[in-house]
Design a protein around this ligand. Structure first.
Ligand SMILES: [Zn+2]
Length: 65
């Protein structure tokens, strides 16, 4: 189920909603304003970058055998 994040232009409230099929009249959860903007979700980007740093872990270290 798709969840979209919106930010209200009037009161700067950031909220997430379940976007139903064909439903476009999203309103602010605080002030019920329709002056809201859809946000891009950022957590999927952070996921891939942490996976990349895992792959580049050095197998050695400061042990010195
Ligand atoms: Zn609002």
């Amino acid at each position: 189920m798709p969840i979209y994040e919106y930010i209200c232009e009037d009161c700067k409230n950031l909220f997430s909603v379940f976007q139903k099929m064909g439903e476009t009249d999203t309103v602010c959860t605080l002030c019920n304003s329709k002056n809201v903007k859809k946000q891009f979700s950022t957590f999927s980007c952070a996921d891939s970058s942490s996976d990349f740093s895992n792959n580049s872990m050095p197998s050695g270290g400061f042990g010195g055998s």
